[in-house]
Design a binder for this molecule. Structure first.
Ligand SMILES: C[S@@+](CC[C@H](N)C(=O)[O-])C[C@H]1O[C@@H](n2cnc3c(N)ncnc32)[C@H](O)[C@@H]1O
Length: 178
C-alpha cells in the first residue's frame, strides 16, 4: 500500500540525495563490514538508493560480485551513473528478486528490516548488517536490542553492535555456518 508513495518520494529525492549526505553517513556501515573476515563472493546492498553502500561493499570486497537493490528507479538511475562497477536491480526488500542462499553478505544502510527475506537469500553462515547513520536520530531507526531479539528468533548468531561516527551498526550471522 505504501510502496508507490515511498517510490515516488525517493524518485523525487534522487537528484539531490548525495548532496544531502553527511560526512559520516557510512561510518557505522564500513566499521561493521570491516569485522567480516570470511571470504565474500557475492554481496547485496538492500535499499541501496544512489548506491553508496554498494560502493563500500565493492571497495571492501573487490573480487566479489556486488548487487544493489531498491524500489525507486530514480535512485537506481543515479546509482548506475555513480557506481558503474556494481549491478543495480529494481525490487522490493519484502520480496527480493534473488534465489535462496545466493549471497554471503546482505547489508543495509538506513533501511527498514525485512529479516525473513534476509534469512532466505543469505547462505548458511553468511553475514547481515544494518547500519543507522545517525544512531537513534536516524529517521529509519530500529533499536539494536529489538533487532537482536528478531535475529535470535530466526537462529542468527554472533550478534555485534558497532558504534562509529554518529552511527550504530548491527552485525549478525545466519544459522548453519561452520
Ligand atoms: C533512507 S534511504 C537510504 C538509501 C541508501 N541506503 C543510503 O544510505 O544512502 C532508503 C532507501 O530504501 C529504499 N526502499 C524503501 N523501501 C524499500 C523496499 N521495500 N524495498 C526496496 N527498497 C526500499 C528507498 O527507495 C530508498 O532509496
Amino acid at each position: 500500500m505504501f510502496r508507490p508513495l515511498i517510490r515516488r518520494q525517493f524518485d523525487r529525492l534522487a537528484p539531490v540525495w548525495d548532496a544531502m549526505r553527511m560526512e559520516d553517513t557510512l561510518a557505522s556501515y564500513e566499521a561493521a563490514l570491516a569485522r567480516i573476515g570470511d571470504p565474500v563472493e557475492r554481496a547485496l546492498d538492500v535499499g541501496t538508493g544512489t548506491g553508496a553502500g554498494a560502493r563500500a561493499l565493492h571497495q571492501r570486497f573487490p573480487s566479489a560480485e556486488v548487487v544493489g537493490v531498491d524500489l525507486a528507479s530514480g535512485m537506481l538511475d543515479e546509482a548506475r551513473r555513480l557506481v558503474p562497477d556494481v549491478e543495480f536491480v529494481e525490487g522490493d526488500a519484502s520480496k527480493l528478486p534473488f534465489g535462496d542462499a545466493s549471497f554471503d553478505v546482505v547489508a543495509h544502510n538506513n533501511m527498514i528490516p525485512f529479516l525473513n527475506e534476509v534469512r532466505r537469500v543469505l547462505r548458511p553462515g553468511g553475514w547481515t548488517l544494518f547500519a543507522f547513520s545517525s544512531g537513534p536520530e536516524t529517521p529509519i531507526w530500529v533499536e539494536p536490542d529489538r533487532l537482536r531479539r528478531e535475529f535470535e528468533r530466526r537462529g542468527f548468531t554472533d550478534f555485534a553492535e558497532i558504534a562509529a561516527g554518529r552511527g550504530v551498526g548491527v552485525l549478525a550471522r545466519a544459522p548453519g555456518g561452520d
